[in-house]
Design a protein around this ligand. Structure first.
Ligand code: VAH
Length: 316
C-alpha cells in the first residue's frame, strides 16, 4: 500500500463513492470529503471530513494537517441541476476549482485530478467521433464551467507547474450510487425501474444517441491516468475518453434480453435540448496513445452486470 495521503472532494457523489473504495485498495490514507455526510460504505471504512470547497481555509487546513499529496476534486454541479441554478453551478464549479488549484500550488500537493466532461462540446462540435481538438461552444452552464475549468487547469500546469490531469467523462452508469442532476442519468434510472417495475418513462427521445461508460471502466481509467508517468501526459485540459454509445431505444432493447416484459415510454423534457447539444460518439485515440486507455465493457456486458447487481440489491 502506498503511503501518500489522498483527498477526494465530492466523495458522496456518483463517481466519488466508488473512486474512494478503489483508492483505498492502493493508498493507506484516503480522506473522503463532501458537504454532506456520505453513506456507511464510505464513512465507516476510512477517514471522512465534511469540507466545503467554497471555503478555502478549510481545504488548506485539511491538506496541511494530513499532508495531502494528491487530490481528486469531484465536487461539482451537473448539467440539469446547473441549468436550474446557474449562479450556484458557476460558483461551485469555478470558485470551488480555483480554491483547489490554489491550495494545491500553495501547499505543495503533487497531483490533482479534475473531472471534465463531454459537455464541454456544444451544438457546433462535430457529433460523430468527436476529436480531442475541435470546435467547443458549450451552451450549458455546466459545460461552460467545465471548459473554463479545463483552461484554468492547463494554465496552472503551464504557469505554476501543477501536475493536474483530467478526463472528459461521457455519461457514467453505475448501480452503487444513484446519479443526481445529470442529463445522462436516464441510463441509470432505467435499470432500477426495469428491475423494480418492468417499465420506465424516459425523459429523452428514443433516438437520442449519447456517449456512455460503465463506472468500473471510468474508475480504472481515472486511476490509470493518475498513475501514468508525467512525461507521457500530453493533454492538461481534459482527455477524451470513450466507452460506448447508445440511444434509449437501443438500451431498452438490450434490457429486454434479460427482462423480456420490460416496456419503455418517452416524455422528453428540458434535458432533451441539453442532450441534443452533445456529441454522439467520442474519439479517444490520444488517450489510447498517451496512456494505453482501453475500455473493458460494452453495452451488453454493462447491461447484464447492472441488472444482476440491482437484482441482488433488491433481494437483500
Ligand atoms: C450529466 N452525467 O449528465 C453528467 C455528464 C456527459 C454528462 O457529465 O450532466
Amino acid at each position: 500500500m502506498q503511503d501518500e495521503t489522498v483527498l477526494v472532494t465530492g466523495a458522496g457523489g456518483q463517481i466519488g463513492s466508488e473512486l474512494v473504495l478503489s483508492l483505498r485498495k492502493i493508498y493507506k490514507h484516503v480522506i473522503a470529503s463532501d458537504l454532506k455526510e456520505p453513506g456507511p460504505d464510505i464513512k465507516d471504512v476510512g477517514e471522512f471530513m465534511r469540507l466545503d470547497v467554497l471555503y478555502k481555509n478549510g481545504l488548506m487546513d485539511c491538506v496541511k494537517r494530513f499532508n495531502v499529496k494528491q487530490i481528486y476534486h469531484l465536487a461539482a454541479i451537473l448539467s440539469a441541476t446547473g441549468e436550474k441554478n446557474p449562479e450556484m453551478a458557476w460558483r461551485i464549479n469555478m470558485k470551488g476549482l480555483r480554491n483547489i488549484l490554489d491550495v494545491c500550488t500553495e501547499a505543495g500537493v503533487k497531483k490533482l485530478f479534475f473531472p471534465s466532461t463531454i459537455a464541454v462540446f456544444g451544438p457546433t462540435t462535430p457529433k460523430v467521433n468527436t476529436p480531442q481538438y475541435t470546435v467547443m461552444e458549450p451552451n450549458t452552464i455546466y459545460g461552460i464551467s467545465k471548459q473554463a475549468g479545463e483552461r484554468w487547469c492547463d494554465w496552472y500546469f503551464q504557469k505554476k507547474g501543477l501536475d493536474v490531469r483530467s478526463i472528459r467523462y461521457p455519461g457514467l452508469i453505475s448501480y452503487k450510487t444513484k446519479a443526481g442532476g445529470g442529463t445522462t442519468d436516464y441510463a441509470v434510472d432505467i435499470f432500477f425501474e426495469a428491475v423494480a417495475n418492468k417499465k420506465y418513462e424516459c425523459f429523452l427521445k428514443e433516438d437520442t444517441i449519447l456517449p456512455m461508460m460503465y463506472m468500473p471502466d471510468a474508475i480504472r481509467g481515472t486511476i490509470e491516468l493518475m498513475e501514468t508517468p508525467a512525461e507521457k501526459i500530453t493533454v492538461r485540459s481534459g482527455y477524451n475518453l470513450s466507452g460506448f454509445s447508445f440511444s434509449p431505444a437501443q438500451l431498452a432493447t438490450e434490457i429486454k434480453k434479460t427482462i423480456p416484459n420490460f416496456t419503455i415510454t418517452y416524455k422528453p423534457d428540458f434535458r432533451q435540448s441539453i442532450a441534443d447539444s452533445w456529441p454522439q460518439s467520442i474519439n479517444d485515440s490520444v488517450a489510447q496513445h498517451d496512456w494505453a486507455w482501453k475500455p473493458e465493457y460494452d453495452l451488453a456486458k454493462m447491461s447484464t452486470d447492472m441488472i444482476q447487481n440491482i437484482q441482488k440489491i433488491e433481494h437483500n
